[in-house]
Ligand binder design. Sequence first.
Ligand code: ATP
Ligand code: MG
Length: 420
Amino acid sequence: MSTFKAPRGTYDLIPPASATYLAVREAIAAPLKRSGYGYIETPGFENVELFARGVGESTDIVTKEMYTLTTKGGDELALRPEGTASVLRAALEANLHKAGSLPVKLWYSGSYYRYERPQKGRYRHFSQVGAEAIGAEDPALDAELIVLAHDAYRSLGLRNFRILLNSLGDATCRPVYRAALQEFLRALDLDEDTRRRVEINPLRVLDDKREAVRAQLADAPLLRDYLCEECKAYHAEVRELITARGVDFEDDARLVRGLDYYTRTTFEFVHDGLGSQSAVGGGGRYDGLSEMIGGPALPSVGWALGVDRTVLALEAEGVELNLPAAVSVFAVPLGEEARKVLFGLVGELRTAGVATDFAYGGKGLKAAMKAANRSGARYAIVAGERDLAEDVVQLKDMDSGEQSPVPLTEVVEAVRARLA
Ligand code: ATP
Ligand code: MG
């Protein structure tokens, strides 16, 4: 062990477990790639003001969870706590919304940072795959995103997740509701912090997880009862389209989610095997965000799925992903001459698309075969001086133990044929 440990609230992804994380990222991205979403990558840090405005001054993320720093040049930066504000910032900066037709559909994958109390499913460094569809107000787009997240989870073999769905209204109906909620909340017995929140962003109080607060919210007015006709119709169509795709969801009139910028459609994916950190992903429509960060009106919708919690969900359900072994072939040279010949052969196999590894470090036969076994390879290629004198190698099937000589010039084809 070294003198150092991974910082509190973080962990390393190490083989073989890391292969599962990679597969989860790929599985979440796959439906997006099939649906016209282009890959975007933004910096790991941004101007702190982008998140203050884009995520919201009254959110936990901005008030408590951000890693902020002042650079030597005096810039105020923050490690990114989420992806949406950055992606929209980048899209606006590149004028993507002017360059082609709308919506601009983007997906991303990366590391995010939040200074939270570490516990199972809650880390200070975690990873998300996300999708944003920028610049269109169309219930079919909201439905598409929900269905794609559902497809991703299903493709991983997850069964015990639920989709919670709600509408947060728009600039017409939300203010009326907000006032009604505020009036209700002002009459409650709340601590000073929460009272302040009632004045800045009362909807967020509905998201409070503390029992003392929750107990008082039973009779709180619900946005559902305040939605304007447009929002009602919009929400009805989202529900109808998802239902038509055979995707189940639950209406959750109290779902508000932690970010300030959501309007209309909001949803969360929860997994019941995860204990208190049950949200594996979430998202919604954010029609006002672009204007909040200085852009034009660009109604948009998106989601972010947590990779760490998705992996925990797989564990909770006992799902083993069917991951291919890292390599198919393992080469074992016996002696100096064989080392050179097989090193060349390994290169040829790799060029031909066969994942191949080599017994490095001058191991003897026994240790080398152990390494071959551990690699998970289906075939070992063994060659010593006597084989080389006859221009053959021994091709060994690692499962059956059967071994047969194959002419050097035919090895690549023979291996490919057997693996096909
Ligand atoms: P929570 O209610 O659990 O705090 P959140 O509302 O803060 O979640 P989002 O901002 O919606 O989460 O992020 C989307 C997803 O990212 C979450 O559903 C979760 O899977 C993951 N996520 C968020 N914060 C963390 C964290 N600290 N550690 C691990 N995963 C996280
Ligand atoms: Mg959170």
